[in-house]
Every structure is written in structure tokens, then in C-alpha cells.
Design a protein around this ligand. Structure first.
Ligand SMILES: [Zn+2]
Length: 365
């Protein structure tokens, strides 16, 4: 998720599809684009592409400053600095005003996923933001579920939800999110998260809410170690029962933590381009993904808020392939990690892994 602690934002590794790779890497990019994939760390509103935003803006034409033309929107999405990024992000949040908007946004995101051959995604949704804006709670749940069922039937994209607490909104938002998750949680809900800034928002204060969500059978997936040190990851594990870590970028600074993550097979949801955009990592060459893999961790690759960061999941795989010097088999192994780390049922995992294996076996035969 976005971290308002930096000043440089947007498109740090080039436009989507441009990984800074030479022409000889075009083959791996084609392999990635056609590969069936799972994504575990991607935000609902943060996934709204210019096409989806144009659709929402058109629904509220005359009542929003957001352009309705996709070309003008591409320009609108070019950020001058972090404050500008936050301004644009909030103007998109402001376009989601009723249940129909939620339906259009969610299905539009699934269409963009289908185009990338994403077969399964755990989409992080912040219901607090929507219900606080006046969208009725039950109508909100029905809207996301309608979109989920339609996406699965019409697009072959299986969606599951993670309801997350927006950390910057404090304990009131935690209470609302826990109540919605445990009392109104729809069928597609599998996990409970914590996003927003880490600085000044200690993880342990959210323990009672995670306890309630976990008691209701939801899995624990807080963001941690993105912009604060390894101790936040320890807090997420010890206090919030984290079963996967959102980002965990700073974990490499603590050898004991690396041992713990490896030993307990606690996966990391790594989002390379996001980390550069928010300045969690200074340069892409300095990204710790290789150290994570070398330490034997279960590393998954994700896009976080893709259009906001000028990326998509295919681009993130290409970035990872370059940083880890992977060939097709290595990229397929990374894709299998995401399936293993997902909360998909065993039969679904088996099917998706078989699809990835078939893609690898059939490539350039
Ligand atoms: Zn995030």
C-alpha cells in the first residue's frame, strides 16, 4: 500500500512492459505474459486502471475533476511528487460512491487480470473506506460478491478477498473492519490484513482485532517491514499471527528473522516496483529479493497498486526475472510459489500448478 513518507512517486522502472531489459529478454517476457499466474498482494481501488477509472468518471460525469478520456487519464496518472500522487489516489477513491461503482470497479479489475492471464487473485479490499463514505454495508458485500462470481464464470478469474484495516485510520477503523469481516464477511473472504503507513502505527495495537478475525477462521496477512525495520515483522508474527507478510522488505536485516521465516515457511509478498515508488528501497538494483531467495524464503511476486505505480503483474515478474537471473523454469518456479503461498483450496492449487507446469512444458517445443 502507499506510504506517505517519500517524495518521489510513479513509474520508477519505466512503463508497463518495459523492464529495462534488452531485446534478448523479449522471450522471457512473452513466456511470462502467457503464463497462468496467481497474485496475492494487490489492492482493490489501487488496481483501478485508467480504463476502469474512465468508466467510473463517466458514471459521475460533471461531478468529478477526473477526466473521462483514457488518453487524458494516462496524463492525469503521471505524478509530479508524492503529494500529487495522494491527491490523484484520493480523487479515484472519491469516484467509488455507490454499490454500482463497487461492482464496476471490481469487475473491471478482474478484466485487467484476465488480460494478464492471472487465474487467481487475493484482492485486498478496505471496506471501511466505502462504508464510511455512505455505501450501505450489505450492498457493498453483495456488489463485490456479484463481481467475483461473474469474473469466475465469464473470465475464468477466481477472486478471493482480504479485508484490511487502514492503519492510518486508527482503532475505530479496526473495529469496523473486524465487525464487517466476522459478521458480514462474504463467501469470498479468506483473510484479514493491515495496510497504510507503518511509521507511527505500531502493529501490536491491532492484536484484539486480528484475534477476532482468526477465531472466525480468517487467515492473517498484515503488511510489515515495508518502511520500518525487521521488528515490525516480528510484531506481525508474534502479535498478529501473520501467516504471510505483506512486503517484509526489511526482513533481510535480521538473520534470526530470516531463519524464522524460512523454518516456518512464512511467505513474503514482494512488490519490487512499489518499493521503489514509495522509496522503501532506493534503487531497483538494491532490492533485497535475491537475498530473500538465497536465504531460502518462500518469495512471491506481486504488483500492489499496479496502475498507480506504472506496472502490472507481468512487469513485476519480468523485473524479478532480471534481478534473480531466471530462465523460463525459474519464472515458473516463482509462479508456483504464489500458488503454494495462496489460500486456495488444495484441489484448486493442484489445478493451477498443473497449468503452470503445462505452460512450461509446452513452451517452444
Ligand atoms: Zn500493499
Amino acid at each position: 500500500m502507499v506510504q506517505p513518507d517519500g517524495s518521489r512517486i510513479g513509474n520508477p522502472t519505466g512503463s508497463a512492459g518495459d523492464t529495462g531489459a534488452s531485446g534478448s529478454d523479449a522471450g522471457i517476457e512473452a513466456f511470462i505474459a502467457a503464463m497462468p499466474k496467481a497474485e496475492l498482494h494487490v489492492h482493490h481501488v489501487g488496481s483501478a486502471s485508467p480504463r476502469v477509472v474512465a468508466e467510473l468518471a463517466a458514471r459521475h460525469a460533471g461531478n468529478s475533476k477526473v477526466p473521462t478520456d483514457p488518453a487524458a487519464l494516462a496524463e492525469y496518472f503521471t505524478f509530479t511528487d508524492f503529494a500529487h500522487f495522494i491527491e490523484v489516489y484520493l480523487s479515484v477513491v472519491d469516484l467509488v460512491r455507490d454499490a454500482e461503482d463497487v461492482r464496476a470497479l471490481t469487475y473491471g479489475v478482474a478484466e485487467d487480470m484476465a488480460r494478464q492471464n492471472i487465474r487467481y487473485a487475493e484482492l485486498t479490499i478496505t471496506p471501511y473506506s466505502s462504508v464510511k463514505r455512505g455505501i450501505p454495508e450489505v450492498a457493498f458485500m453483495e456488489a463485490i460478491e456479484d463481481a467475483r462470481l461473474r469474473a469466475e464464470k465469464e473470465l475464468g478469474v477466481v477472486l478471493r478477498w482480504c479485508f484490511d484495516i487502514p492503519g492510518e485510520a486508527g482503532l475505530e477503523s479496526a473495529e469496523v473492519t473486524a465487525r464487517l469481516a466476522t459478521e458480514l464477511g462474504p463467501e469470498g473472504l479468506v483473510s484479514f490484513g493491515l495496510g497504510g503507513p507503518e511509521i507511527g502505527v505500531p502493529r501490536p495495537q491491532f492484536k484484539p482485532y486480528f484475534d477476532r478475525a482468526r477465531a472466525a477462521g480468517l487467515r492473517s496477512v498484515p503488511h510489515a517491514g515495508e518502511t520500518t525495520g525487521p521488528e515490525t515483522v516480528w510484531d506481525a508474527i508474534r502479535e498478529l499471527g501473520a501467516e504471510r507478510i505483506g512486503h517484509g522488505t526489511q526482513a533481510v536485516k535480521d538473520p534470526a528473522l530470516l531463519d524464522h521465516l524460512g523454518e516456518h515457511r512464512i511467505p513474503l509478498e514482494v512488490c519490487p516496483t512499489s518499493n521503489i515508488a514509495t522509496r522503501a528501497v532506493e534503487r531497483i538494483e538494491d532490492h533485497p529479493i535475491k537475498r530473500m531467495v538465497d536465504a531460502g524464503l518462500l518469495v512471491t511476486v506481486n504488483s500492489d497498486d499496479p496502475p498507480m505505480f506504472g506496472t502490472d503483474l507481468n512487469t513485476e515478474y519480468a523485473v524479478a526475472a532480471r534481478l534473480l537471473e531466471l530462465d523460463e523454469a525459474g519464472v515458473a518456479a516463482l509462479a508456483r510459489n504464489a500458488v503454494e503461498a495462496s489460500f486456495l483450496d488444495p484441489a484448486g492449487k493442484k489445478r493451477l500448478v498443473a497449468e503452470i507446469d503445462a505452460h512450461l512444458a509446452g513452451w517452444r517445443r
